[in-house]
Design a protein. Structure first.
Length: 159
C-alpha cells in the first residue's frame, strides 16, 4: 500500500503542476465572455437557449457546480477538481465532446484516417438572410449533414 500512496502523491502533484501551467494562459474564451457578455446583451437580442448555454459555460469549473475532492492519506495533500458544464459552446467541455464524437465517427466510417477537416461556407450575400431568419441555420446544417453522409456513403462503396 505505501507504493500506491506514493504513486497517488506523484499523480496529485503532477496534476497540480499541469493545472498551474494551464492557468498561465493570457486569456480564454470564457474570459472574453465574462468581460463582454453583459454589454452584448444590452445591444443584442438572444434566444433563451443561447442565454442558457452561455450561462452554463460561464459557470464551468466554478465551485457552485460542485467538485470531486481527492485526498492522499499518506501526505495529506488534496486535489479539488471542479465539475465542467458540458455546454456545447464551452471551449473546454464542448471541444472534449466534439473530439470524442469525431474519433468515434472516424473509427466507424473510415479506417486509417489520420486527419479530417470539413468546412462548409456560403456566399457572403446570404449571411444577412441567415442571421435574420434563424430557421435557415437548420436548413444549412441539414444540407451540410446530408453532404457528409453522401461523401461517406461514396467512400464506403469505393472500398
Amino acid at each position: 500500500m505505501p507504493f500506491l500512496r506514493a504513486r497517488l502523491c506523484i499523480v496529485i502533484e503532477t496534476i497540480q503542476i499541469i493545472k498551474e501551467v494551464l492557468e498561465e494562459k493570457p486569456f480564454s474564451v470564457k474570459e472574453i465572455f465574462e468581460n463582454n457578455w453583459n454589454s452584448y446583451l444590452i445591444v443584442n437580442k438572444v434566444r433563451d437557449i443561447e442565454l442558457k448555454e452561455v450561462e452554463k459555460m460561464l459557470s464551468c469549473k466554478g465551485m457552485e457546480r460542485g467538485c470531486f475532492i481527492f485526498h492522499c492519506n499518506n501526505c495529506g495533500k488534496e486535489l479539488i477538481v471542479p465539475f465542467g458544464c458540458n455546454s456545447r459552446i464551452c471551449s473546454c467541455c464542448g471541444k472534449r465532446h466534439t473530439d470524442k464524437w469525431a474519433d468515434k465517427l472516424t473509427k466507424k466510417i473510415i479506417k486509417n484516417l489520420t486527419y479530417r477537416h470539413l468546412t462548409f461556407s456560403m456566399p457572403e450575400i446570404l449571411w444577412s438572410y441567415v442571421k435574420e431568419k434563424r430557421e435557415l441555420q437548420k436548413v444549412l446544417m441539414d444540407v451540410a449533414a446530408a453532404t457528409i453522409k453522401e461523401m461517406f456513403s461514396f467512400a464506403l462503396k469505393q472500398e
